[in-house]
Ligand binder design. Structure first.
Ligand code: ZN
Length: 93
């Protein structure tokens, strides 16, 4: 009888351990998924802040500064690299 229990425990212990491992691993996987979602959302936000210049249609991004520059003495005014026109970074371009 004791040998029987012993055999059963030898067979099932790895199975139980595996189940515990899977359960313990779940929050980590969820965390990974949440982090991936956050990264995706950030990327989408950057993509949304990407517009094209109304004058020359060059792609400008007022979050990353892509396609934009400003004068030394007027850092608040963003200018298009393509056509030097002023880009309104506060509203929709
Ligand atoms: Zn332009």
């Amino acid at each position: 009888m004791i040998i029987g229990w012993f055999l059963i425990s030898i067979i099932f212990t790895p199975v139980i351990a595996l189940i515990f491992l899977i359960i313990a691993d779940l929050p980590y996987r969820q965390k990974d998924r949440i982090e991936a979602d956050l990264a995706k959302a950030k990327e989408a936000e950057l993509e949304n802040s990407r517009k094209s210049c109304p004058t020359c249609a060059q792609v400008v991004n007022f979050k990353t500064g892509e396609g934009l520059y400003h004068k030394e003495d007027e850092p608040w005014q963003m200018l298009c690299k393509g056509c030097d026109s002023v880009i309104d970074v506060t509203g929709d371009i």
